[in-house]
Design a protein around this ligand. Sequence first.
Ligand code: DX5
Ligand code: ZN
Length: 220
Amino acid sequence: MNILSTSILSADFTRLGEQIRIADRAGAQYIHIDVMDGLFVPSISYGMPVMRSVRKITEKTFDVHLMIERPERYIGAFADCGADIITFHLESTDRPAAVIEQIHERGLRAGIAVKPKTPVEAFVPYLGSADMLLVMTVEPGFGGQSYLEDCTGKIRAARKMAEESGRRPDVQVDGGICRENIDTVLDAGANVAVVGSAVFQGDIEKNIKYFLGKLSRQEV
Ligand code: DX5
Ligand code: ZN
């Protein structure tokens, strides 16, 4: 099944709960939570207290995207705050296999991510254990950037790898996904689309319905 993961980084934080409720009711399957530490990426976003608080208002899957150095330090903490999926960057740790194991030990799904300049071949050693491959389609760190066209080939390559591995992990795309390129990323083989500004700018419900329509027409 194709899935919409709405990134709350682009939400209006003065109305965060209300906007998550709108996204929930409109049918978004995942809530994408971007955690930034100011080291792995230049910006600092939010962390455990925000997650704990919004966990109370929705049952939707919490799709946590860690953009932090040495994520192994925080898997337990994010599991405790209600994460369902934890994705970390292969560039952020020297022991990805152990981090995947930590996530699985908590009974959660494990995603692995690569920045635009990291080749998808980096996924290969973990194809037997990862549940999701995240192909970043902007440099991680900020919402509202433009999709990097060069990344389309990487989505295609990740899909091929996913199909050829016994585990068949999901292929997620994140960064600059909008009405103009959703077909492109679905055609390339993505089945989980993270959408931030294209959902939260304007009418959230209408935007979500639009993307869900696209996602349901194109099953991979
Ligand atoms: C960027 C984040 C994204 C971001 C996507 O580092 O990982 O999840 O919120 O936002 P848009 O869809 O606006 O590019
Ligand atoms: Zn993200």
